[in-house]
Ligand binder design. Structure first.
Ligand SMILES: Cc1ncc(COP(=O)(O)O)c(C=O)c1O
Length: 390
């Protein structure tokens, strides 16, 4: 490998939420943090160079986004996902979840309903409920270690107040990459019921062999006109702290509505370093990303084999993408509070607690395997030891 993903990087004292926020989060420093979803790797060298060069200029005033910025994004979607997007469709925001909140305010009214498919990224709930809308839980079916959309439940729950669906593809926390057939069926359901799709595709750069990321908006002109897509190099290139979220809205009417709320809240992207990082990631980061994904896939396979062979009673859902995995501790027969205590005091790993992901999350923990394999092994040995000592 050209890049060194085995290197242990000291991240303490860098304002890292994952490493410097351990005590605040778990009440102890004696933990291996595997909760927050960023990578314990350096980003691609060409991104570091671009950001460093800009930092050295030392005037960090207001910014514009030039043609080369938009071209890097358009080319990326075309090259990686075979989806042709246009400059006029592109918006930015100070993060993915702020964009979900803008969409909720732009396309629904207080009292309306928004569908999510839990267990799912917990911050979706706040974007919906704190803005006075209701969450419809289209909880996924968990069967033989796999997750599926519950289409019968969708049909039962839909009514005239349901205006939006927030899709998470690839899915956090279960690591599912939705198939073309699933996306077509879901898309048709949304078209039939006038439901706008907000598709969070923030993990779409981390896909494992045998799977393919398909932006739902790329499946038909109709879906392109009713979908808002959120993506960006934050997850894949480890740039989340720069808030490099990109939004595409093909439909001019939806764009106008989105822009109105975004402007009212004044949260358009103007971050100097984020602009440099996005352009560099998409123009010269591809080789690094492909190697990183190979490393992550090896970590995934290593982790599954280790858990299956050494940790009795704990099941792991095989991620098809992302760098997080969903661990099923239900066979240990603990309540969520007991499991939380067990994780902190006995396993000594900081996980993201399963119950925070909504329905279907009880008895699970989410682990981040985006780290050097030696660190992952340390984590797996901690789980093995604690479970065997029970
Ligand atoms: C599915 C998903 N969407 C959004 C985010 C957060 O994105 P941002 O930091 O850009 O708001 C995360 C972070 O883990 C995520 O997993």
């Amino acid at each position: 490998m050209k890049y060194d993903f085995d290197k242990i990087i000291e991240r303490r004292n860098t304002h890292s939420e994952k490493w410097d926020g351990i005590y605040e989060k778990f009440g102890t420093n004696d933990l291996l943090p595997m909760w927050e979803a960023d990578l314990d790797f350096f980003t691609a060298p060409c991104i570091k160079e671009a950001v460093t060069k800009r930092a050295e200029h030392a005037v960090y005033g207001y910014t514009i986004r030039e043609d080369s910025f938009f071209e890097s994004i358009i080319n990326w979607q075309n090259r990686r996902n075979n989806w042709k997007i246009e400059k006029e469709w592109i918006r930015n925001s100070t993060g993915t979840i702020p964009a979900v909140s803008v969409a909720v305010n732009a396309f629904t009214k207080p009292g309306d309903k928004v569908i999510i498919q839990d267990p799912v990224y917990y911050r979706f709930f706040d974007s919906i409920t704190l803005n006075g809308r209701h969450v419809v839980h289209n909880t996924m079916i968990y069967e033989n270690g796999k997750y599926f959309i519950d289409f019968d439940d969708l049909k039962k729950q839909v009514d005239s107040r349901v205006k939006m669906l927030v899709l998470c593809n690839p899915q956090n926390p279960v690591g599912k990459v939705f198939t073309k057939e699933e996306l077509i069926k879901l898309g048709e359901f949304c078209l039939e019921n006038d439901i706008i799709i907000v598709s969070d595709e923030i993990y779409s750069d981390n896909i494992f062999s045998g799977h393919k990321h398909i932006p739902i908006a790329s499946l038909s002109k109709e879906l392109e006109m009713t979908t808002v897509t959120l993506f960006g190099p934050g997850k894949g290139f480890n740039l989340s702290g720069l808030k490099p979220t990109i939004i595409t809205i093909a439909n001019p009417k939806l764009r106008e509505e989105y822009d109105f709320v975004s402007q009212a809240m004044q949260i358009m992207l103007k971050n100097t370093f984020s602009i440099e990082a996005i352009e560099a990631a998409y123009n010269c980061g591809e080789e690094w990303l492909d190697e990183c994904n190979k490393y992550l896939e090896k970590n995934r396979d290593f982790m599954i084999e280790y858990i299956d062979n050494n940790v009795p009673g704990v099941k792991i859902i095989k991620p098809e993408g992302t760098y997080i995995a969903w661990l099923d501790f239900n066979n240990l027969g603990m309540t969520d509070k007991e499991l939380e205590k067990f994780a902190i005091e006995k396993i000594k790993i900081g996980f993201k607690y399963g119950y925070t992901f909504g329905n279907g999350g009880s008895g699970f923990q989410r682990i981040n395997f985006g780290c050097p394999q030696s660190m992952l092994l340390d984590g797996l040995q901690r789980i093995e030891k604690a479970v065997k000592n029970l």
